[in-house]
Design a protein around this ligand. Sequence first.
Ligand SMILES: *[C@@H]1O[C@H](CO)[C@@H](O)[C@H](O)[C@H]1NC(C)=O
Length: 262
Amino acid sequence: MSRRQVNPTRRFADSGSFPFAGSLHPKSRSSPLLSIGLVLVGAFLLIGYSYSGSGGFGRDKEAVSKVEGDLSCTLEVQRAIPILKKAYGDSMHKVLHVGPDTCSVVSTLLKDEDTEAWGVEPYDIEDANGNCKSLVCKGIVRVADIKFPLPYKAKSFSLVIVSDALDYLSPKYLNKTLPDLARVSSDGLVIFAGYPGRQRVKVAELAKFGRPAKFRSSSWWIRYFVQTSLEGNEAAVKKFEQAATKKLYKPSCQVFHLHSSH
Ligand SMILES: *[C@@H]1O[C@H](CO)[C@@H](O)[C@H](O)[C@H]1NC(C)=O
């Protein structure tokens, strides 16, 4: 099941201007409701005016994303699993997830009997829970620095999903890591990356990641994929978008679909 984030600002805006429409009716001339109504309408107009004066809707979005700021793209992968299943079908049978807190994604994927799942945790997992420790013991989750080649043979997985991790790599390391992710997959690579100025890392976790995240724009990523000869998977993009629309799913991270390297 996908949990959809309800956008509180939007809901407020949708219903905000209507309850007072009745009090504008001439019949209620003498009613004290009228003046209250007018004051409220005035207040709304003022708020609306000051918002439009300073960038309007964009500001609303910013306020909302501050609330969502703590959500990592790894959490977003969990929300997106039903959509990914629709988009990738059988290619979801053998999945590798790469990213912080990979245990949570792997556990969710393993709930489906038809899915085999593995994980690479790029950072230390000292604070891991019992379930995660057991995944590591079984070799399902590995702790590995993704600046170095991944410990898997070519095409070991049908689909590779990576979240958050790439935001912490400089282009020098991206140049090695991204082709390596494409190498170990056979049917595709899905990248969840943070939006610039949107995702935030908890201060307590900064030390773990070593360097601050650098969130890049989608045009940066697309230019980068072209430069490094990674091909976009148009068919997957289309299916993912169709499934997302149907389930009213709106990712709060950037999602890129690439072909595996052959
Ligand atoms: C990464 O690879 C691209 C394409 O091969 C190259 O143009 C670029 O200079 C490389 N960047 C770094 C930092 O090594």
